[in-house]
Design a protein around this ligand. Structure first.
Ligand code: PEP
Ligand code: MG
Length: 895
């Protein structure tokens, strides 16, 4: 197989094979942009390595060929003693995994080529600095040496020379440092720093492959739902140097602001520095405007490249670049990560600039992003103690105790506290702490620092570059410039990722403008939006929501059990109620009425119990029908297992035993215990519930259908337009539905005759057992509609208990890649999804055009919605909060 591609051979659509970075380097090369020559080792090679534990044999030969071609093109040789060619080795998986994988720069330097580099560059300091960087990076990432050894030696050197900054070290100091670094390698890794340039390259390549399986790479992938079996590509690229003096530098830029979505270019630039200095946020950076005055030519070239890339990708791009002695080089580009707010604004900007269609704009935003925007922000009124204002790196409002390291952040988060991870700067080792924290605050680094990039990717609030803070992680204190108090882990701070403000103490949070829009409409939201960023955001969200509503085929209903729920749902755009779980109407006070029904032993007792429940149910339904006037409202007859209405068997047994012992036993408790014991089930969720309960307990169907029918009559008499749909849960056989249907129809006919209204409401069933799905063509004979209960259908298809899923083995299964996400969260397309498809096809083979809905949790899950659209479902029903998300996702599925 072909394991190595020159940059000039690939293109942007080969991300599976070349990784994201490699595919985009190839695309830039094809566009004629200034990319240093190089090649990409494919993900196939990585997968082969991971499978066999060794690099495939052909790889060495193919690397030689590609390397020779690059050498010929440039007229230089890797690591040659004179004018050496140097390369960088970087990982690049299909999906970007910021900071997760390894980079080694300056490969090819050794004791003799360093002299050659000094010679051709005319800058010995630069050559020795490059060499010491190579040993440091190689030592850390390839040889797994703790980076502290190197940074310790560097700090000691600076102290002994009386200088503060890295670049103030002179050639002598750097030459000494190289010897010290080599000694560290010998001591820590037990080998001499490899002098053979090709050996360095091969070792670095293998280290990139290996790093795919580090713990933090696993954590990141799990969080981002990236499959563990993709592997990474390796990019080998000719080195260009941003650290060749004052006319050189390195930077990162965005074609639009990735944080707010404002149009206009954004970026950070560091003079006389190499790439890792920017991303690591080690030094503070200049803006692109500063670059323009510093080096107008390169700035002009960069702007031209940015425009070309944005036009070509038709999207916000981020770009890593280096200027080597006044010549611009592009080292990386990709369609840039952005905040949720930026995603919406950029999408509509691009429509207005005629770069994309409105349909495409819909595909540029996601339901998850909309969800993020529905969360609150800090309120601007009230007392606030501003500590400092720094870089707003990832929006949101987070309040919590200061945590100084991973261990502290994780322990306190697990104990239920909210923490803000406060670091001087972050690096990939801090990932677990960032995951655990509510927000991240750093003292150093810009919008492109590790903390900023990773936090944005996670949707986690982040403020960075707060230089006023002096963070002492060892002592666990923060000193704030100009203030007396010393902050510790006992202090609460509040960080605003939208403004960059950092407050001491807790700050009240206010509604999100997008939530105001969703709840109260465009006009009200714009009036109360405050600044231009919020107003533009609301307008963008509104435009895309309206477009989603226009193009979507799936209707969106809500799961609502109370009139309040129903009202919320309608405000958020629901087109009906897809599931009213009537058992929720029997909780609290009313539980004992249901208990009386269960305990009734004579017809008279049973009728008395039902007579109490009837007016309560009727009133519930009438209220909901008022709210849902003219809209369909699916009422599901009672579903839960009986034990939910009865006392716990063990507790009651103990009470009865103790009371008997004391001679105070209540005979009512004794008979209750008998009933509880009799109805006790080992697997209640597989027991007497749903249709089984309805068919077993006399009078229950009649009670509920009568309540629906009488409520409807009441509404009709008042001039309303009630549209109930009666749904029977948990059927496995057509016969169950037949019986339930006959009894329901009899009641509808009776109340219809009494009232003079036609009450022939649709009667359908849930499909939530495999047997119902498999026999759906049959079941459809008795059903006016199907609604897929994907919660139970997942439980019964997999045989997983849905009640134990949080605490059970599902986490382990995700680690083992048995599935990527819990099937209770996102539909298992191949298994449970096949059941749904079977149900739809079977139903419609009997009744073409039969109405099909989904009312399990999956109805509000973005990935699942796309699937339901694809199998011809008519509507999804989800919690009122998720209705806007479902509308947007249904629109995305349709374009
Ligand atoms: C389902 O099983 O998917 C469903 C909607 O019903 P419930 O969650 O009430 O069992
Ligand atoms: Mg169910």
């Amino acid at each position: 197989p072909k394991y190595v591609y020159r940059f000039s051979e690939g293109d942007k659509d080969q991300k599976d094979l070349l990784g994201g970075k490699g595919a985009n380097l190839a695309e830039m090369t094809r566009l004629g942009l200034p990319v240093p020559p190089g090649f990409t080792i494919t993900t196939d090679a990585c997968r082969a390595y991971l499978a066999d534990g060794a690099v495939p044999d052909e790889l060495a030969v193919q690397v030689t060929t590609a390397l020779r071609e690059v050498e010929e093109e440039l007229g230089r040789e890797l690591g040659a003693p004179e004018d050496p060619l140097l390369v960088s080795v970087r990982s690049g998986a299909k999906f970007s995994m910021p900071g997760m994988m390894e980079t080694v720069l300056n490969i090819g330097l050794n004791d003799s080529s360093v002299e050659g580099l000094a010679e051709v560059s005319g800058d010995a300091r630069f050559a020795w600095d490059s060499y010491r960087r190579l040993i440091q990076m190689f030592g850390k990432t390839v040889l797994d040496i703790d980076g502290g050894h190197f940074s310790g030696a560097l700090d000691a050197k600076k102290a002994s020379r009386g200088v503060a900054l890295d670049y103030e070290l002179d050639v002598d100091a750097l030459t000494e440092l190289v010897e010290e670094y080599k000694a560290i390698v010998r001591e820590q890794a037990g080998i001499d720093f490899p002098q053979d340039p090709r050996g360095q390259l091969d070792m670095a390549t293998e280290a990139v492959f290996r790093s795919w399986n580090t713990e933090r790479a696993h954590i990141y992938r799990r969080r981002e739902k990236i499959p563990h079996d993709l592997g990474t590509a390796v990019n080998v690229c000719t080195m260009v140097f941003g650290n060749m003096g004052q006319t050189s530098g390195t930077g990162v830029c965005f074609t639009r602001d990735p944080s707010t979505g404002r149009s206009g270019v954004y970026g950070d630039y560091l003079v006389n520095a190499q790439g890792e200095d920017v991303v690591a946020g080690i030094r503070n950076t200049l803006s692109l405007a500063d670059l323009e005055s510093l080096d107008p030519e390169s700035y002009k070239d960069l702007r031209a490249a940015m425009r070309k890339l944005e036009t070509h990708y038709r999207d916000l791009c981020d770009i890593e670049f280096t200027i080597e002695r006044g010549k611009l080089w592009l080292l990386q580009t990709r369609v840039g990560k952005r905040t949720a707010a930026a995603a919406f604004r950029v999408a509509t900007q691009l429509v207005d600039e005629r770069l994309i269609t409105t349909d495409e704009a819909l595909t540029r935003v996601t339901g998850d992003q909309l969800t993020q925007l529905m969360f609150p922000q800090f309120s601007t009124t009230g007392e606030r103690d501003l500590l400092t204002k720094a870089m707003p790196a990832s929006p949101g409002a987070a309040v919590g105790f200061i945590a100084f390291d991973n261990a502290e952040a994780i322990a306190r988060a697990e104990a239920g506290e909210s923490v803000i991870l406060v670091r001087r700067e972050t690096n990939p080792d801090d990932l677990p702490g960032m995951v655990a924290a509510s927000g991240v605050l750093t003292a150093r680094g810009g919008k492109t620092s590790h903390a900023a990039v990773v936090a944005r990717g996670m949707g986690k609030t982040c403020v960075c570059g707060a230089e006023a803070l002096e963070v002492d992680a060892a002592a666990k204190t923060v000193r704030v410039a100009g203030r007396d108090e010393l902050l510790t882990s006992e202090d609460i701070i509040a960080i605003d990722g939208t403004t960059g403000e950092v407050f001491l103490g807790s700050v009240e949070v206010a509604d999100s403008p997008v939530m105001t829009y969703l709840r109260r409409g465009l006009e009200t939201a714009l009036d109360s939006a405050g600044d231009i960023d919020n107003r533009e955001l609301i307008t963008s969200v509104d435009r895309l929501m309206r477009h989603a509503d226009k193009v979507r085929r799936l209707a969106v209903r809500a799961n609502a059990d109370t009139p309040d729920d129903a009202r919320h749902a309608i405000h958020r755009g629901a087109e009906g109620v897809g599931l009213c779980r009537t058992e929720h109407m029997f909780l609290g006070e009313r539980k004992k009425f249901v208990q009386n029904l269960i305990l009734a032993s004579t017809d008279a007792e049973r009728e008395a119990a039902l007579a109490v429940l009837l007016p309560l149910q009727k009133d519930d339904f009438a209220q909901m029908m008022t709210t849902m006037n003219g809209k369909p409202m699916t009422v599901r007859l009672i579903d839960p297992p009986l034990h939910e209405f009865l006392p716990d068997l063990t507790e009651l047994s103990v009470k009865v035993a103790v009371d008997r012992e004391k001679g105070v036993l209540d005979p009512a408790d004794e008979s209750l215990l008998a009933v509880v014991r009799k109805s006790h089930e080992a697997n209640p969720m597989l027991g007497l519930r749903g249709a089984r309960l309805l068919l077993t307990m006399p009078g229950l169907i009649e009670l509920q259908v009568r309540a629906i029918a009488e409520a409807a009559v009441e509404r009709l008499r008042a001039g309303g337009d009630p549209r109930p749909e009666i749904m029977i849960p948990l059927i496995g056989s057509i016969r169950e539905l037949q019986i339930a249907r006959e009894r329901a129809e009899a009641v509808l006919a009776e109340v219809g005759a009494e009232s003079g209204y036609d009450l022939s409401f649709p009667i359908g069933c849930m499909i939530e057992l495999p047997r119902a799905a498999v026999t759906s063509s049959h079941v459809a004979e008795e059903a006016d509609f199907f609604s897929f209960g994907t919660n139970d259908l997942t439980q019964t298809t997999w045989g997983f208990s849905r009640d134990d899923v949080e605490t059970s083995f599902v986490g382990h299964y995700i680690d083992e890649a048995i599935f990527g996400t819990s099937p209770f969260e996102s539909i298992d397309v191949d298994g449970v999804g096949a059941m749904v498809r079977l149900g739809v096809e079977g139903g419609r083979s009997t009744k073409p055009g039969m109405k099909m809905g989904v009312c399990g949790e999956h109805g509000g899950d973005p990935d699942s919605i796309a699937f339901f659209h694809s199998v011809g479902i008519d509507y999804v029903s989800c919690s009122p909060f998720r209705v806007p998300v479902a509308r947007l996702e249904a629109g995305r599925a349709a374009v």
